[in-house]
Design a protein around this ligand. Structure first.
Ligand code: UD1
Length: 372
């Protein structure tokens, strides 16, 4: 009797999850076509929690990454951490009971990650965490709490790099729960189907290759505090007098700028635009002279393209981007100085870390089949 298909419940909730889920779906489909040495079929069911929900934060990523429509959309929307996490848990439990998966697969470190992990583990369903083991050692970050809780209770911890393994081992995690599989974000970059004109956004915004700075900022620590955001706006305005700046603004940042009465009105060379989709974001990352960001994903994507990146944070849970890649940490006070020295350096820098080879999703499917 052949084994029944291995059933996976894949969880996507917020913007940084979509480029981690897309390669898993492709790898499952490829496994079912080729067998890859294991004849057991794999079935998936996609759950979108609706943590991010609008065109620019969600829908465009489904289209551009070729993700099929979710089987379940929990439509939970925005709210405080407690409200969001609790609502996901309440709406996710009946989905688990109905679908009865062999595994729940969560990615990254958003509220959807921890909420679905809590529900599944308590129902006795095994959970695999993709991008396990990352630590900023900063519990002021909501994502750090999500990472700690998820890794403490998930069954299989699929890590992107050796430093993540070490973090888990230091926390007393049994080695048999840990598998180094690589960086799944890179699978999405390598496997993407490029649009007809991949750099159309540069033409649209009048930007020259390596002739602009690409800025994204949305962390509560940078944008929720009035005094901090005011300094950042002032520094960016000064920088934009010397370099064209493009800043696709996250809804959290926009809302806070409005609340605090801040603007870039006197900065004609700073283009404040709506959040961009996946292809445009990669085109800006690949072609910028330098990034300034507080995003985890962009630290990795800039390292992949070897574009210099300044990360406006006191720490990073992705140290490999600093040690091997093109990333460097900065502060609002040091920003202009660090930018000046970066612009004096090479336009491409760093090396691409190990396991950033586009085959992470394939390794994950193999690990799940092995675990049964
Ligand atoms: C969340 C994640 C963060 C991730 C970020 C990427 C957590 C704890 N945080 O933070 O790790 O880096 O997503 O964007 O899970 N909004 C919209 N449209 C949307 C979604 C949100 O306009 O589709 C607005 C809402 O007004 C909301 C605000 O953006 O209040 C912030 O969204 P929220 O989901 O609270 O957190 P993020 O800052 O996006």
């Amino acid at each position: 009797m052949p084994l029944p298909p291995l059933k996976l419940l894949l969880i996507a909730g917020a913007r940084p999850n979509f480029m981690k889920i897309a390669p898993l779906i492709k790898a499952v489909e490829a496994h079912n076509r080729t067998g890859n040495g294991n004849t057991r079929a794999v079935e998936f069911c996609l759950v979108h929690t609706g943590q991010h929900y609008d065109e620019k934060m969600s829908n465009i990523f489904f289209r551009e990454l070729g993700i099929p429509a979710p089987h379940h959309n929990l439509e939970i929307g925005s709210g405080s951490h407690a409200v969001q996490t609790a609502n996901i848990m309440i709406r996710f439990e009946p989905v688990c009971l109905e679908e009865k998966p062999d595994w729940v697969i969560v990615v990254g470190d958003v509220n959807s990650t921890v909420a679905c992990t809590l529900v599944a583990t308590k129902l006795g369903i095994r959970v695999a965490h993709v991008e396990a083991g990352l630590r900023s050692y900063d519990r002021g970050m909501p994502e750090e709490i999500n990472r700690l809780v998820t890794d403490a209770i998930a069954d299989l911890l699929l890590t992107p790099s050796e430093d993540a393994d070490q973090n888990l081992l230091r926390e007393g995690v049994a080695p048999k729960r840990i598998r180094t599989v690589g960086n799944i974000m890179i699978d999405s970059i390598i496997g993407r189907t490029l649009p007809e004109n991949p750099t159309a956004i540069l033409d649209r915004l009048g930007l020259k290759k390596e002739g602009f700075l690409f800025v994204t900022l949305h962390r509560p620590s940078n944008v929720d505090d009035r005094a901090t955001l005011e300094v950042i706006v002032r520094e960016l305005s000064a920088i934009a007098n010397e370099w064209p700046v493009v800043f696709p603004i996250h809804p959290r940042t926009l809302k806070n700028m409005e609340t605090f009465g801040l603007s870039f009105a006197d900065s004609p060379h700073l283009q404040l635009i709506e959040p961009v989709g996946y292809h445009d974001s990669l085109a800006l990352t690949e072609n910028a002279r330098c990034l300034l960001t507080d995003s985890g994903g962009l630290q990795e994507e800039s390292t992949f393209f070897r574009t210099p990146c300044l990360t406006l944070r006191p720490n990073t849970e992705r140290p490999v981007t600093v040690i091997l890649g093109s990333n460097r940490l900065t502060t609002p006070a040091r920003l202009r100085e660090d930018l000046r020295s970066t612009l004096q350096g090479p336009a491409r820098t760093g090396i691409i870390p190990p396991y950033w080879d586009g085959k992470t999703a394939e390794r994950i499917v193999a690990e799940l089949l092995r675990a049964g």
